[in-house]
Design a protein around this ligand. Sequence first.
Ligand SMILES: Nc1ncnc2c1ncn2[C@@H]1O[C@H](COP(=O)(O)OP(=O)(O)OP(=O)(O)O)[C@@H](O)[C@H]1O
Ligand SMILES: [Mg+2]
Length: 354
Amino acid sequence: MTSSIFPFAFVFAAHPPLAAKPDFKGVPASLERDLCTLVGAQNITHAATAPGGISAAAAFHLAFDNGAALFVKGSHPGDQSHGAANLRGECAAYQSLPLLRDIAPPYVGMVFADNGDDNGWWLGAWQAIKVIAAPPDPAAAFALLDRVQLTDVTADGAVPLATAHPYLAQFFNATYKWQRLADDPKRAEKFAACFADTFTAAAWLRQNLPTLLKLQSRAATQSYRLGLMHGDLRCDNFLYGALGTDAPRWWLIDWANAAEGPLLFDRVMLAASLHAAGALEVRDAARDAQGDHPLADYHCMLASQAGYFADQLYRDVPAAMPALRDLQKAMFWALAALLTEAQITAPLPDFHSI
Ligand SMILES: Nc1ncnc2c1ncn2[C@@H]1O[C@H](COP(=O)(O)OP(=O)(O)OP(=O)(O)O)[C@@H](O)[C@H]1O
Ligand SMILES: [Mg+2]
């Protein structure tokens, strides 16, 4: 098992339901042949759906007749989530960033069917890690992140700019997030209804919105220190295990959002995720989140990330991603704790237990 932020220590008692993943039987024969070609094998001897994950993306463990073993993931015709574009972005990052050869599982290649239609099958392949169950390890996670943040990404076009990335750009502008809760009383009401004490949650929002809005609008013009971002640095994207007969170690996976942008983005998200998982006390999470960055930058990043999750967690649960809102609640809970630790907001009441 991967290092996981479920079952949300201190937030929820139960593990939310997992997304339904496709069966390998649905994979077109041409892709099976292409995967064999990637590793120089004749046949796939064993195929299993890789359990877990919050999206409906395809994920398989494959064994081949020449002894090769791959982890394969990607998009499929039933996947509605821009999976093909995400996978292409991730494979491009593996091809252009030499660092990933050291800190991520070895990338093997990408295959597709359906004439490259974005709604068809697209699979990326990596050498399989023999995963060993391990609790999140904050020191190991931040040590890997430090290596990412020392990487020189000045090579033109190696990865997109975060400000031009469809998902990441939202964190570096003044719109939506807290602004949406401020502008739309219905949304603010739905947000408050997620908490056991709805009245106190609504009062919390009213009292703290002016400060949070100020920080959010500053986040759009803040001159953050820039570098290589992972862009989705929750602790479930750290994997502990062995490659072949090598000693077990930590790997940093899931590079679909790799970008050039504010280094604080990954620090804050990782620290919040470790706090949500119960692996870091809030005071230690705050220290690691800020690192040696200016306090004003840290406060802007905190407000921006908390605002993103605050404006997501109350929405309907998408059928294909049953755990999404619970994960967003856990991330928001941890970011709100960091806001309180930084003396930006008062403490929040508890969520409804689920
Ligand atoms: N090289 C690998 N070897 C073995 N298992 C792997 C490997 N890469 C990933 N996995 C397993 O697959 C899971 C999902 O991988 P990854 O994080 O790359 O995909 P994802 O896009 O986040 O999927 P989801 O959205 O479903 O979480 C990991 O948590 C891990 O359990
Ligand atoms: Mg992942």
